[in-house]
Structures are given as structure tokens and as C-alpha cells.
Design a protein around this ligand. Structure first.
Ligand SMILES: Cc1cc2nc3c(=O)[nH]c(=O)nc-3n(C[C@H](O)[C@H](O)[C@H](O)COP(=O)(O)O)c2cc1C
Ligand SMILES: CC(C)CC(=O)C(=O)O
Length: 394
């Protein structure tokens, strides 16, 4: 496990990306919704959990191999769907795709990709799984065409994002009056049949500010989408397994099972949608319990260290996805940078496994992690060493 001369951790990569990216694009990637409570909580909540390592075990061979949707993968670390990778680097999603393939990571491609889905999957090495993320439009034939194209191109699963019936309000974008550069195209919409759709979906990013973009997104999105009318419709047009992205509760997990979904991604969209929603690592245990091993549970949001991945796996996630870290890597140095972001997290995961006495993903269970109740009270000496008194004081 060798680290190279690139930035030594994801936080350093973030600082570098902030320096090289134009302000508006940086703001779009970075921003959360409203007061950004949820965005902060996603990262901070990981540090509320502590590891419970075991010693004197043979840790000379570490493997992160696991199975996801029944397929062997090299690592439980994947790339979450993000719009417009070309805002970070001209290599865009094609560069990210090669980076993901090199790391053996699943890549989920955003509907709002600036590279066509066919070109993105063509960068793979045959072993990597690609999943297609979907937003459902009022004109469902637009979504249907995307689904059919993705299946034909070889995508292995459909990821339905359910936490964005309309776009959250990102104050940074509103202040910046953020406009993506006019040369960027949402290439998945360049299929002439889709681009000329009477509902007016366009291949160009034809919106003047993120405020109007938000309105356009809301105007085209299908806000009537429901468990009853959404999942069965998707099942009627594709044989790809359906994964629901944006689940935070046991109740919705049970509904995903009832409706025949193959998995759920515990996600709050990186804190970009409902500000105040709980952190994903805090939502994970109730989702895992409700899933009851009937469907797979994945997580994204705030993962910045290998130990965060380890904690999520310990609490029952089958895989963990990252969004901003990969975008920061891409902004830093294209494919090399995106790979570096994944490689850093991968190596940190291996290091955490080694130092915790686990050699396989299947060994990482809840016995390796705990959240100390009243941590400060338990560990602060207190005036008279009396925790009760301290509690009363607090
Ligand atoms: C710039 C950006 C664009 C995103 N675009 C999409 C998208 O097109 N579809 C989607 O389902 N989620 C999108 N997301 C949400 C991510 O998939 C993911 O849920 C979240 O960002 C994970 O948190 P992290 O950025 O802390 O890793 C986007 C996130 C960011 C930061
Ligand atoms: C183009 C947007 C709808 C992508 C998105 O989901 C986001 O910005 O969070």
C-alpha cells in the first residue's frame, strides 16, 4: 500500500480544486441547500462513530473484493452520479469512467452528463459495472428513451433519484447567478428524437441562471411520481434492477421492498435538497434493519476518508459512493486526479481494515464500530469525577 506524491488526502484535494476551479462552477459543486446543515452533518457525523479494533490477527493479505447485485467487484467504493463533469475538466465523464474502471469502482452516470452514456460506458474495461441514474419527466417517453438506450449500451442497473421532485434551493448558486459555460452540452439529450421532443427538452444548457434552471428542472420533472405509478412503470420498460436513491427512513425502505426494488441508496443528495434532513450515516442503521437482507443497502454523502467507508460497511452498507471527492480529483488533474481520489480512499480503506484486524469486507460488522452515548460525559473527568453532576451542569 504505497501513497504517491499527489495530495495526501481528500481534504487537500478539495483545497486544490477550490483554487483551480472558476468560482461559479466551484460554487455549484460545493453548495448544499439553504443553511447547509445537512451538508455539514454528512461529514461531521462520521466522526461521532468510533472504531473498535481487534489485534494480533494475520493482516498480511487484505482484500476489498465483494459482490454487488450478485456480481463480483474489486471494491465497495463507487462513484455517485453527478451532473456536468466537464465543469471540472474537459475530459469530463469519459475521464471519470476510465478512473473508475482502473480502480474497479462501479460508476453511476448522471442523466445530466456532459458526455453521452454510450461514450462513457465505452471507456470501461469490461469488468466495471455502470449504473444509469434517472430523473423522470412529465413526458415519460423522454425518460423511457434514456432507459432503453442505457440498457442497450450495457448499463447494469437503473438508479432512480427520488429526493428531487424539484431542485433544492442552493443559495450560493443564486448569489453567483451561476451559468454553466455555453459550450457545454447535456449529451444524453442530443439524441434527435429526445432533443426535438415537443415538451422542449434541449441539448443545450439553455437556462440563464441557476434560479431559472431550477425552475426548468421543476417544470419538466414529474412531481406526480409515486411508489405506485413509478416503479411498476419502470419495471414494464426495463429488465435492469431498480435501485432507489435518496432513501432515509425505514418506512420507505419497506416500500422499496414491496415494490420489487433491488436496492436503496441512503442519500440526502449531498445536502443539496432538503436542508435539515438527517446525515446519511445516522439514517443507515434504520434502513439496514428494515431492509432485513431482502435488498441491498448503499450509502453516499460526506465520505471523505477510508475510515468513513469502513464505518458505513460496519453499519451494514454493501457499498459506498462518493461524488464531490471525484469531482475535486477531476478538477485537479482530469483522469489522473479522479483516479487519485478513488485510490486515496481505497488505500485508506485497506489501511483501516489492516489496523482494525479485518482482512475481508465480509468480516466488517457492527462489532467494529460504536457511537459512544454521552461521549463527553463519559470521558471528561468532571469536577469531582462525577458524571451525573456533569450531566446536570450541561
Ligand atoms: C455537483 C453535483 C451534482 C450532482 N448531480 C446529481 C445528479 O445529476 N443526479 C443525482 O442523483 N445526484 C446528483 N448529485 C448527488 C450525488 O449523487 C450524491 O448523492 C451526493 O453528492 C453525495 O455526497 P458527497 O458529494 O458528499 O459525496 C450531485 C451532487 C453534486 C455535488
Ligand atoms: C442538474 C441537476 C439536476 C443535478 C443535481 O442533481 C444536482 O445539482 O444536485
Amino acid at each position: 500500500m504505497e501513497f504517491n506524491n499527489d495530495p495526501v488526502c481528500i481534504k487537500d484535494l478539495e483545497k486544490l480544486a477550490m483554487r483551480v476551479m472558476p468560482g461559479g462552477a466551484w460554487g455549484y459543486y460545493d453548495s448544499g441547500a439553504n443553511g447547509e446543515q445537512t451538508k455539514r452533518d454528512n461529514e461531521d457525523s462520521f466522526s461521532e462513530y468510533r472504531l473498535h479494533p481487534r489485534m494480533l490477527r494475520d493482516v498480511s493479505q487484505i482484500s476489498t473484493e465483494t459482490t454487488i447485485l450478485g456480481q463480483k467487484v474489486k471494491t465497495p467504493l463507487g462513484v455517485a452520479p453527478c451532473a456536468m463533469h466537464k465543469l471540472a475538466h474537459p475530459g469530463g465523464e469519459a475521464a471519470t469512467s476510465r478512473a473508475a474502471a482502473k480502480n474497479g469502482s462501479i460508476m453511476i452516470l448522471s442523466t445530466y452528463s456532459t458526455t453521452s452514456l454510450e461514450k462513457v460506458i465505452a471507456q470501461g474495461n469490461g469488468d466495471t459495472q455502470y449504473w444509469m441514474q434517472l430523473y423522470v419527466y412529465q413526458n415519460r417517453s423522454v425518460s423511457e428513451k434514456l432507459v432503453r438506450r442505457a440498457e442497450k449500451a450495457g448499463f447494469k442497473a437503473l438508479v432512480l433519484t427520488v429526493d428531487a421532485p424539484v431542485l433544492g434551493r442552493r443559495l450560493v448558486d443564486a448569489r453567483n447567478k451561476f451559468n454553466p459555460p455555453p459550450h457545454l452540452r447535456l449529451e444524453n439529450f442530443m439524441d434527435p428524437e429526445v432533443a426535438n421532443d415537443p415538451a422542449g427538452y434541449s441539448s443545450s444548457l439553455a437556462y440563464s441562471t441557476s434560479e431559472t434552471f431550477g425552475a426548468t428542472f421543476g417544470a419538466n420533472g414529474d412531481q406526480t411520481l409515486s411508489w405506485a405509478n413509478g416503479i411498476s412503470w419502470l419495471k414494464s420498460i426495463t429488465s435492469m434492477p431498480i435501485i432507489v436513491k435518496g432513501i432515509l427512513t425505514a418506512e420507505d425502505t419497506r416500500l422499496a421492498i414491496e415494490h420489487g426494488c433491488a436496492g436503496v441508496i441512503v442519500s440526502n443528495h449531498g445536502g443539496r435538497q432538503l436542508d435539515g434532513a438527517l446525515a446519511t450515516i445516522d439514517a443507515l442503521p434504520q434502513v439496514v434493519e428494515a431492509a432485513d437482507d431482502k435488498i441491498e443497502v448503499y450509502l453516499d454523502g460526506g465520505v471523505r476518508r477510508g475510515s468513513d467507508i469502513f464505518k458505513a460497511l460496519a453499519l451494514g452498507a454493501r457499498a459506498v459512493f462518493v461524488a464531490r471527492p471525484v469531482l475535486w480529483g477531476l478538477a485537479y488533474k482530469g483522469e489522473h486526479g479522479a483516479y487519485h481520489a478513488l485510490d486515496l480512499l481505497q488505500k485508506e480503506l485497506e489501511l483501516t481494515m489492516t489496523l482494525s484486524g479485518t482482512t475481508k469486507v465480509s468480516e466488517i460488522d457492527e462489532s467494529y464500530v460504536y457511537r459512544p452515548a454521552n461521549r463527553w460525559i463519559r470521558y471528561a473527568p468532571g469536577k469531582n469525577g462525577n458524571p451525573k453532576k456533569l450531566l446536570a451542569k450541561l
